[in-house]
Design a protein around this ligand. Structure first.
Ligand SMILES: NC(=O)C1=CN([C@@H]2O[C@H](COP(=O)(O)OP(=O)(O)OC[C@H]3O[C@@H](n4cnc5c(N)ncnc54)[C@H](OP(=O)(O)O)[C@@H]3O)[C@@H](O)[C@H]2O)C=CC1
Ligand SMILES: Cc1cn([C@H]2C[C@H](O)[C@@H](COP(=O)(O)OP(=O)(O)O[C@H]3O[C@@H](C)C(=O)[C@@H](O)[C@H]3O)O2)c(=O)[nH]c1=O
Length: 276
């Protein structure tokens, strides 16, 4: 049995759909990962062979003002899952983020390169990575710029804004790889099936800026919206973001044979599915 924690989240729901009857899902109403007692109670009862943690505090700007809850969920919560999974001999799959890097390298990051988070969210997720190691049988899957049918995300924000405005300003100095949660779920399944351990990067192939991504969303949707360039500095959001946080996913493909599709193909597929 595979247990998906955070099963009602954006990624969690796609993981549930992909794993099907082989998986059980729990979310906040069943488990609070900030409590070791709650985690042990659920894991000792279900006794899964693999736990995939898709639960997190994902409001990047909110983390800046809510440091304690962010650290409790993204950091300590993972320690509880790592301890409880090691106690029952289960594997822990921990989902992490490109925001553990500072984005200053200028070329795609490899798994073993030094981390240097800029934001509280990034720091809390890095603490989660460290804590996952309490269970030697762990996989850390770093991903980025997620969108999926069941959550708040950039694609849905852009499509909503397009119903209100004909012109938008979107940052053009942050570069990354927009990633469809379905492709990430497939990567995670491949890692579980091959019983991989350690850190892996998993994102759709290729890269762009948020500004280019917004243009692609409107072009592929046949919407006539002008997307003006803007700098991250001028946008002035509370949390600093890495400027170049593309992830090198070669290790994922070498070890599992799984190659995520190019980001624009994934976007087209997603937009087609959400129209159905
Ligand atoms: N979204 C993105 O762009 C990216 C996300 N990631 C990572 O991917 C993973 C999945 O992200 P995403 O699907 O966007 O997350 P969501 O925010 O959509 O879902 C997270 C889920 O976790 C639940 N949750 C929150 N706190 C707890 C808790 N204490 N105990 C149990 N469950 C809890 C939430 O419940 P509730 O909604 O009720 O609070 C929610 O259902 C996370 O690890 C995230 O850090 C990595 C890179 C990019
Ligand atoms: C809505 C909007 C956003 N933006 C910018 C702000 C931000 O830099 C970028 C994307 O906005 P978001 O709020 O979706 O971005 P953000 O919350 O930073 O997304 C991150 O989430 C966490 C959970 C991760 O782990 C990261 O990989 C990344 O996906 O676009 C504009 O420039 N104009 C706009 O109108």
């Amino acid at each position: 049995m595979i247990l998906i924690v955070g099963a009602k989240g954006m990624l969690g729901q796609d993981l549930m759909a992909l794993f099907g009857p082989g998986a059980r899902g729990v979310d906040l109403e069943d488990i609070d990962i900030t409590s070791l007692e709650s985690v042990q109670k659920v894991l000792f009862t279900i006794r899964p062979r693999v736990v995939i943690n898709a639960a997190a505090y994902t409001d990047v700007d909110g983390c800046e003002t809510n440091q304690e809850p962010a650290m409790q969920v993204n950091g300590e919560g993972v320690a509880h899952l790592a301890l409880a999974t090691s106690e029952i001999g289960a594997k822990l799959v921990q989902v992490s983020t490109d925001y553990v890097f500072d984005g200053g390298k200028g070329s795609p990051y490899l798994e073993d390169e030094p981390t240097a988070p800029l934001s509280v969210y990034g720091e809390s997720k890095l603490a989660g990575e460290m804590n996952a190691r309490f269970n030697p049988d762990h996989v850390i899957v770093r991903t980025q710029w997620l969108y999926g049918i069941n959550g708040k995300n950039f694609v849905e924000t852009m499509l909503r804004l397009a119903t209100e405005k004909r012109e938008l300003a979107v940052v053009d100095d942050q570069i990354g790889s927009p990633t469809w949660t379905v492709d990430l779920a497939l990567a995670i399944k491949a890692l579980v099936e091959k019983d991989c351990r350690g850190i892996y990067h998993a994102a759709n192939a290729g890269f762009c800026s948020w500004n280019e991504f917004a243009r692609a969303i409107f072009a592929e949707s046949g919407l006539d919206v002008t997307v003006n360039p803007m700098s991250t500095k001028d946008l002035g959001r509370p949390a600093p973001r890495p400027l170049y946080s593309t992830l090198d996913c070669g290790k994922l493909t070498r070890d599992t044979g799984f190659q995520p599709q190019p980001w624009r193909e994934a976007l087209k597929h997603y937009l087609k599915l959400r129209r159905l």
